[in-house]
Design a protein around this ligand. Structure first.
Ligand SMILES: Nc1nc2c(ncn2[C@@H]2O[C@H](COP(=O)(O)OP(=O)(O)O)[C@@H](O)[C@H]2O)c(=O)[nH]1
Ligand SMILES: [Mg+2]
Length: 245
């Protein structure tokens, strides 16, 4: 519990067998997390055995993709506050405490991996990713007049139960761009958003998204298309959630 509110952590997993148990323990040791849910998204062999050594529970989502996994996770938890993160060793579970400290004022608290002081040696956040993420974040900030944003790709977040439900009802994507769709649904629904620096470490094992330059470029283009589409349709989206489909 965090200040009288129950807290869950949703961890999607695809290729994080060697880091998932340590991530779960890191969250459990904080002493504020009531429920840790692993969403097994056709994960590497041996992942479930690793999870079984921890206090987390596991559900299986066969629909492939980061978005499919997170949407399933959000629909399975029932706490006042919901954290989503990645179990690949890139994030420090202790940073959850920083995110939680903003939840009394904001219902969508998202980390930022582009603040130079917080990027560890060897992390997959070179010049192109750092400033590419920053530039797309600024595009949202200008087009939607949001509060300060500095990263569109950070998957370490905490949302309120109500915000999670509102986002879930309007979500459409199954793939890697879902992290952005989640953020954009918060933006156009006028969530109280704050973005704060989190530590960003080298990944344990191979990245299957931004480790590949071609995939990074195509994800970046998909993100910019999504932002422009949502800008054009945002008035109708706010009024009628079904129109998003
Ligand atoms: N690539 C990929 N990632 C998935 C899938 N389902 C869930 N994920 C999660 O998406 C996150 C991002 O993947 P990752 O390989 O770390 O990419 P990176 O963060 O860009 O380096 C991880 O937490 C995965 O567990 C999937 O089908 N494909
Ligand atoms: Mg990752």
């Amino acid at each position: 519990m965090w200040k009288g509110q129950t807290v869950s952590v949703v961890l999607p997993t695809y290729n994080e067998k060697d880091s998932i148990a340590a991530t779960i323990r890191g969250f459990a040791e904080l002493g504020v997390v009531d429920d840790i849910l692993v969403v097994n998204n056709n994960a590497a062999e041996g992942t479930s055995q690793e999870v079984a050594t921890t206090t987390a529970r596991e559900v299986v989502e066969t629909r492939q993709g980061y978005g499919a996994a997170i949407r399933r996770g959000l629909s399975e938890v029932d706490t006042d506050l919901v954290c989503v993160c990645e179990p690949d060793g890139t994030f420090n579970p202790e940073d959850l405490l920083k995110l939680l400290s903003f939840t009394s004022e904001c219902d969508f608290v998202v980390g930022s991996r582009t603040v130079s002081n917080f990027i560890w040696d060897g992390a997959n956040m070179g010049w192109f990713l750092q400033w590419g993420n920053w530039a797309v974040a600024k595009m949202i900030e200008v087009l939607f007049n949001t509060s300060y944003l500095s990263d569109v790709g950070c998957t370490f977040r905490v949302v309120s139960r109500e915000r999670a439900a509102d986002i879930l009802q309007r979500s459409t994507l199954d793939g890697s761009a879902y992290g952005l769709e989640m953020l954009m649904l918060a933006v156009i629904r006028h969530a109280k958003i704050v973005q704060i620096p989190v530590n960003y470490h080298p990944r344990v094992g191979e990245s299957s998204v931004t480790g590949d330059f071609g995939k990074t470029i195509s994800l970046g283009l998909e993100m910019m298309r999504l932002i422009l589409k949502m800008r054009l349709r945002s008035t109708t989206l706010i009024r009628d959630p079904r129109l998003v489909r």
